[in-house]
Ligand binder design. Structure first.
Ligand SMILES: C[S@@+](CC[C@H](N)C(=O)[O-])C[C@H]1O[C@@H](n2cnc3c(N)ncnc32)[C@H](O)[C@@H]1O
Length: 510
């Protein structure tokens, strides 16, 4: 039998708990003024350690995400004792994102039944009316997986199956114990991470409760391509070669007909005579290049009356056309106004708790002009098969979804559904992860490409589709249909929409 191990009761041990070594957090309590958590160690790490030990928050600084996960499960369990965990498996084993079912759910269920503690044959007994005090005890585990437990005085040794920790008594104590300090530390850690995100500040506001968005989320500046996902060879990225930085009004490609990046842009009919219109029609019908016809530039240039430089022009605002921005291989220079989304977010954002059953939301701290770029949607880019696997691993249809298919060119390029890529913003991404759906949205998501030869990897960029005053929640339509496009019948299992819009269609997706 391994040596007996004393569970630290003061929580003041200096031993730091590293996230990779912890299996889960099973319970919490307060000792003196110290909020403590019962850590279950990974099997591989417990050979020379106790399988379980209590730790104060000063030791848990490196696994606050596990503390947060435990607290969420505890919170959910206190409201809905018999609900299964709604968490799904994390995709990224490298980053130790694996999520586990809540032990608290199971304990609460047990607590509601008569308390019965299994005993090791080698230890003395306890009864359900006098639950064991494992709080100041000594724990160890035998070859059969039984934990030995005795009081700090060394008497009354009892045995508990490791699977029965936390005991019902522990669960009851946990529910009564305050976790204010833990919540403050979790919030501070999230804010610290937000401060590290490049660009203007991102704030976090919650006037409803002590919760914080998941610490299991990593802010990333660009897509993370996961196995099986390939961006087109950079050599295929063509830049415009006939343009120069000092064309027209010194704003790059806008007034040229030569810009090959604008090849797929909409033509500007107002600048075409009848003969040119006929030639254009012929070029489109026969699949010839449309280079040389006047194109609609997607963004307003400097010098427009209202401060709109960089905002989408009305034609693009009203259509769902993809935007092809100039790129590093172009000859138009860095100030070309056909470069916008690629420079990233320039507005100050606020993640806030909506308090209306829609979780967290996003708003801007400053007024947004019609057509103004907000930020891209980022995340892991995964294969369709991996996205399906992640969806199927979700334990509930009601679980928030962060998957966006990169299917804009599926039809035009003949890409089979199983060959499409999907962006998953659940575990990594940017603040736009928090944008909720509205049936009367104020933002729209656009396709922005820097390589017309890569129809499978492109940016998803959010723009304001009307003036949005500072503080108004930013929303977009999750169904993202073209005007007049059919919407499938929702059916009885559709997820209800809580957007509150006058013309709410009452469901989010089927
Ligand atoms: C991309 S997330 C948006 C951020 C999310 N509110 C959060 O707290 O992380 C999408 C999820 O938010 C919730 N949601 C967004 N818009 C909603 C709406 N109009 N009505 C109900 N739930 C909504 C749904 O759970 C949906 O799966």
């Amino acid at each position: 039998m391994p040596a007996m191990v004393v569970i630290p009761t003061s929580g003041r041990s200096t031993r730091r708990v590293a996230v990779g070594k912890v299996h889960s957090i099973l319970s919490n309590r307060v000792k003196g003024n110290d909020e403590q958590f019962l850590v279950r160690w990974n099997a591989a790490d417990s050979a020379d350690k106790p399988p379980l030990s209590w730790h104060g928050l000063n030791e848990l600084a490196r696994c606050l995400d596990l503390v947060q996960e435990y607290l969420e499960a505890r919170q959910d369990s206190s409201k809905l004792p018999l609900l299964a965990s709604r968490k799904r498996k994390s995709p990224d084993s490298e980053t130790h994102f694996e999520r586990r079912g809540s032990p608290v759910d199971r304990r609460l269920e047990q607590a509601s039944r008569a308390s019965s503690i299994s005993r090791s044959p080698s230890v003395s007994s306890t009864s359900s009316t006098s639950p064991p005090d494992v709080f100041n005890g000594v724990l160890d585990v035998d070859a059969d997986g039984f934990i030995y437990c005795r009081s700090s005085s060394g008497k009354d040794v009892i045995g508990i199956d490791i699977r029965d920790v936390p005991t019902p008594e522990m669960v009851r104590t946990a529910q009564r114990s305050k976790v204010d300090h833990a919540n403050i530390l979790i919030r501070a850690e999230y804010s610290r991470r937000l401060e590290k995100v490049a660009g203007k500040k991102i704030h976090l506001v919650n006037v409803y409760d002590a919760s914080t968005p998941s610490l299991r989320f990593r802010y990333i500046p660009e897509y993370k391509l996961q196995p099986g996902v390939h961006k087109a060879d950079p050599a295929t990225q063509e830049g415009c070669q006939e343009c120069s930085p000092h064309m027209g009004r010194d704003i790059g490609c806008e007034y040229t007909k030569k810009c090959s990046c604008l090849e797929y842009a909409a033509v500007d009919v107002s600048r075409m005579d009848d003969q040119m219109k006929a030639e254009y029609k012929e070029a489109v019908a026969t699949g010839q290049t449309t280079l040389g016809f006047p194109k609609k530039f997607p963004y307003f240039a400097e010098g427009t009356k209202v401060r709109r430089a960089g905002c989408l022009v009305p034609f693009y605002l009203r259509s769902r056309r993809p935007i092809y921005e100039c790129n590093d291989a172009c000859k138009c220079g860095e100030h070309c106004r056909n470069k916008n989304v690629q420079f990233g977010r320039t507005v100050e954002l606020e993640i806030f708790k909506t308090g209306s059953g829609r979780g967290w939301g996003l708003r801007c701290k400053e007024d947004l002009h019609e057509g103004q770029f907000i930020d891209t949607y980022r995340g892991e880019v995964i294969t369709d098969a991996e996205a399906t696997r992640r969806e199927e691993a979700a334990t509930s249809k009601m679980k928030a979804s962060y998957l966006y298919s990169l299917d804009k060119f599926a039809e035009s390029e003949g890409i089979a559904p199983e060959d499409l890529y999907v962006v998953d913003g659940e575990f990594m991404g940017g603040p736009t992860k928090f944008m909720n759906h509205s049936c009367e949205p104020n933002c729209r998501q656009y396709t922005v490409s820097y390589n017309k030869h890569d129809p499978r990897v492109y940016d998803l960029a959010f723009f304001a589709c009307r003036f949005i005053p500072a503080g108004e929640e930013l929303t977009f339509d999750y169904l993202d249909k073209e005007e007049g496009e059919e919407i499938d019948d929702p059916g009885p299992d559709a997820i209800p929409c809580l957007c509150g819009a006058e013309k709410c269609r009452k469901w989010l997706w089927t």
